[in-house]
Design a protein around this ligand. Structure first.
Ligand code: SOE
Length: 402
């Protein structure tokens, strides 16, 4: 077995935090980079070590281990969660396995990081919260991976809202637009099947914007009214033999069983109003997450395509000088930035996973519940469930179960 590729923090005399990751596709690659880099950039109390990565195909997961710097490769996640040389299990699989892996890992005395959305159902998420609460008594922590909270600009926005710079909040409007499903020839992959993904754009993109809106607002949604739609209801089956599709038509196509787009409005507990749009049919939009908050004393706006910037309008400025101004979020006093480059040298999407790893390592070392916690993930799951319930009832306003 090769020596684990620790982040270069190894050798600093810090105790290791040995990570075992399940899944190695897009999120597995992003998380691997986060674990590799965090100790190189931040002074961490523990040194993350990339101990083992798990996937079903032995050759593919071995290749992924070599590519991403994992010391060992596993094909059985149940064996991984029991390994004595694993302290933390990082779950980067489709949503249908989040609960069973997290429950097993917590029971085995591991810390857990679970990709978003936390689960495919509220019931699964509730079981995960119960297990995380029990594990906390044993000094184990659990986090859900809403990484867009860890863009410096969104973390700065949170700080500014908490400081009262916007005053009483009136509006939050947020969209998350992609277009990778516009072509009806795109095959019926796991994200298009309810039994694996739990939902479509709602859980994949909607979960991010519900969490981000609540995080920035500093409060939770009380209820929603929603519309969802599936534009293309049948798609060609993937060529991969592992498609394992049950409903296979003679034409080699299968049914799409999730939403393609979700539009919903929401009311926060304070009475502030919100609008949300999550779609994978916004032709030309690749990963366009935009959020704006309007308060009685000012506004903030963020665009993921310009993620080193935050737009701020200070409504208390005299009219003649007022207007939205661009804050370039690269100063050392900005969140996370003191560890990176001099002002003006921007960061990217991948750095949100470095910040996620950093924050989780500190929570593990300090024995405190990280944010977003599994309870935060459960609350998002409840919002998603209310969206689906409202959409099924022709947009009837649906309260979010407490
Ligand atoms: C969807 O394509 C996706 O990969 C999401 O699953 C991720 O959470 C998002 O960060 C990027 O887009």
């Amino acid at each position: 077995m090769a020596q684990p590729q620790a982040s270069e923090g190894a050798g600093t005399g810090k105790p290791p935090l040995r990570v075992g990751m399940v899944g190695y596709a897009f999120m597995g690659a992003a998380h691997s980079q986060g674990w590799r880099t965090a100790g190189r950039v931040f002074d961490l109390p523990l040194s993350p070590e990339l101990t083992v990565v798990c996937g079903r195909d032995a050759d593919a997961v071995r290749a992924a281990a070599d590519r991403h710097g994992w010391a060992d490769a596993e094909t059985d996640w149940r064996a991984l969660v029991e390994r004595e040389d694993v302290d933390l299990v990082d779950i980067c699989t489709p949503g249908d396995s989040h609960a069973e892996i997290a429950l097993a890992a917590l029971a085995a005395g591991k810390h857990v990081l679970c990709e978003k959305p936390l689960a495919n159902t509220v019931a699964e998420a509730e079981a995960m919260v119960r297990a995380a609460d029990e594990a906390r008594e044993r000094g184990k922590v659990a986090m859900v991976g809403f990484n867009y909270r860890r863009v410096p600009a969104t973390a700065l926005a949170r700080r500014m809202v908490a400081e009262g710079r916007l005053g009483a909040l009136r509006h939050v409007r947020v969209t998350y637009l992609q277009d990778w499903l516009v072509d009806p020839a795109f095959p019926l992959t796991w994200r298009l099947r309810r039994e694996q993904a739990g939902s479509g754009s709602l859980g994949d993109l909607g979960a991010h914007i519900v969490d981000l809106a609540q995080y920035l607002a500093g409060e939770r949604l009380a209820g929603v009214s929603a519309l969802t739609e599936t534009f293309v209801r049948e798609r060609p089956l993937p060529t991969a033999p592992s498609s394992g599709l049950a409903a296979v038509s003679a034409a080699g196509t299968g049914q799409v069983t999730v939403d393609d787009a979700a539009l919903f409005t929401g009311r926060f507990a304070s009475g502030a109003l919100a609008s949300f749009e999550a779609t994978r049919y916004a032709t030309g939009r690749k990963n366009a997450l935009r959020i704006e908050l309007n308060g009685e004393r000012g506004s903030l706006a963020f665009d993921l395509e310009r993620l080193n910037e935050l737009s701020y309008h200070d409504g208390t400025e005299p009219g003649a000088h007022a207007g939205f101004r661009r804050i370039l979020v690269t100063e050392p006093e900005h969140p996370y930035l003191d560890a990176w480059w001099p002002p003006g040298h921007g960061l990217g999407y991948e750095h949100t996973f470095v910040h996620q790893a950093r924050d989780l390592v500190h929570a593990v070392a300090e024995g405190r519940t990280p944010e977003p916690s599994f309870a935060d993930g459960l609350q998002v799951q409840r919002v998603l469930a209310a969206v689906e319930e409202s959409a099924e009832k022709n947009s009837v306003y649906t309260p979010i179960a407490a």
